[in-house]
Design a protein around this ligand. Structure first.
Ligand SMILES: *Cc1c(COP(=O)(O)O)cnc(C)c1O
Length: 408
């Protein structure tokens, strides 16, 4: 199946018992069983079935199965937000004393999280660019995971997955990839060596900007040596499912950041149009980037522009498609604000992956608590505008930016 077909027909969507074309919303907390014996079996994973919606729910389960298939993983665990997915993907394997190596240009919330993890004895070492050359000198016995965003938000630097995963695996370290901004439309990171993939499905997977959620997908490829990854001893019997079994029966269920059935349903409705949306969004982003590139006094950053340093990687990994985010430098904060205030269609909002075009001034919002160094690493300057490109008509979109720029 090709991508657009898989979105509709993969992983048995719908409900075989009734013929319902979509999986219904099982808006319940608990599931009753005919006997205490049956409930005991369900509770102990000895029989299939559902017990309590914090632990599993049929609507959430359907979303997880569809995401696992879409990302070519062996299974997925849905979470209440992208941040909880990022957090739990790491907490499932880390202990006090362990170290993370991560890119310095990460999403602001993830940078803040790594600061929070210090209180639990987990240290993060940052590399300016996520390359094998910069990572290698930081690896030591305590390094337990490498974490990176495939396309940094908002720096828009692209990771060369093959070389980074090769280094990680040569040192028996797993690679976790936040692929939120790349989306399964551009790439399946598992094909290029990622061990675990996380998404903020609030963004392109949902697509309509109507539900917060996240998802963790496991490739099943990493071998968790219990001597290095404490706590995996009792999960070794699950073989390649060890990571998922540990997550599901451990920290994910106990912290309790489960996805609501309603939001899982909204995600499934949304994800079916991901191919169409992303096709238009990538095309709009490229056309808008080309237009902005031609304007005096505006500097644009978009990975699929021919003079962008990541252009060759975009060809190799993403089939030439650059994603739906671009940034521009307007010359000054004042000019940036004037431009943003003059847009008729693009909304001033802190989100990405919506069908509507959204703009934000990262320095005064998402990065308002960050140090100058953190801002620099993330490609956030005083005059930077991030544009999350929507599905509007291409000419209307360009015309909107043109009139706003003419105004300044
Ligand atoms: C939005 C985002 C997150 C956090 O997701 P939420 O659903 O807002 O919790 C994590 N990583 C990236 C790259 C994001 O864009």
């Amino acid at each position: 199946m090709k991508f657009d077909t898989a979105l509709l027909h993969q992983a048995a969507p719908g409900d075989a018992a009734t013929g319902s074309t979509l999986t219904p919303i099982y808006q319940v907390s608990a599931f009753a069983h005919e006997s205490p014996e049956k409930l005991e079996m369900v509770f102990n994973n000895k029989a299939p079935g559902f017990a309590y919606s914090r632990i599993s729910n049929p609507t959430v389960d359907a979303f997880e199965r569809r995401m696992a298939a879409l990302e070519k993983g062996i299974g997925a665990v849905a979470c209440s937000s992208g941040m909880s997915a990022v957090t739990l993907s790491l907490m499932n394997i880390l202990q006090a004393g362990d170290e993370i190596i991560a890119g310095a240009g990460l999403f602001g919330g993830t940078i803040d999280l790594f600061g929070d993890l210090r209180a639990f004895g987990i240290t993060t070492r940052f590399v300016k660019n996520v390359t094998a050359e910069q990572i290698e000198p930081l690896i030591n016995d305590k390094t337990k995971v490498i974490f990176a965003e495939l396309i940094g938000n908002p720096g828009l630097d692209v990771v060369d997955l093959e070389s980074v995963s090769k280094l990680a695996h040569s040192r028996a370290i797993p690679l976790i990839i936040d692929s939120t901004t790349a989306t399964p439309y551009l790439i399946n990171p598992i094909d290029y060596g990622a061990d675990i993939v996380v998404h903020s499905s609030s963004k392109y997977i949902n697509g309509g900007g109507n539900s917060i959620s996240g998802v963790i997908i496991d490739s099943g490829n990493f071998r968790w040596n219990p001597e290095r990854y404490k706590g995996f001893e009792q999960y070794a019997k699950f073989g390649k499912f060890a990571y998922l079994a540990k997550l599901r029966n451990g920290i994910w269920r106990n912290i309790g950041c489960c996805l609501a059935p309603m939001n899982a349903f909204m995600n499934m409705v949304g994800m079916e149009t991901m191919g169409l949306r992303m096709e238009r969004q990538c095309q709009n982003a490229l056309r808008l980037a080309e237009y902005l590139d031609s304007v005096d006094g505006i500097k644009v950053n978009y990975p699929a522009l021919a003079d962008n340093p990541y252009y060759p990687l975009v060809q190799k990994q993403f089939g030439g498609r650059g994603g739906a985010i671009l940034t521009l430098k307007a010359g000054s904060k004042q000019r940036a604000f004037k431009l943003m205030g003059g847009l008729k269609y693009a909304l001033n909002a802190t989100n990405i992956g919506d069908v509507r075009t959204l703009v934000i001034h990262p320095a005064s919002t998402i990065y308002t608590h960050s140090s100058d160094e953190q801002k620099l690493n993330a490609g956030v300057y005083d005059d930077t505008i991030r544009v999350s490109v929507g599905i509007e008509n291409t000419e209307d979109l360009i015309e909107d930016f043109k009139q706003a720029i003419d105004n300044i």
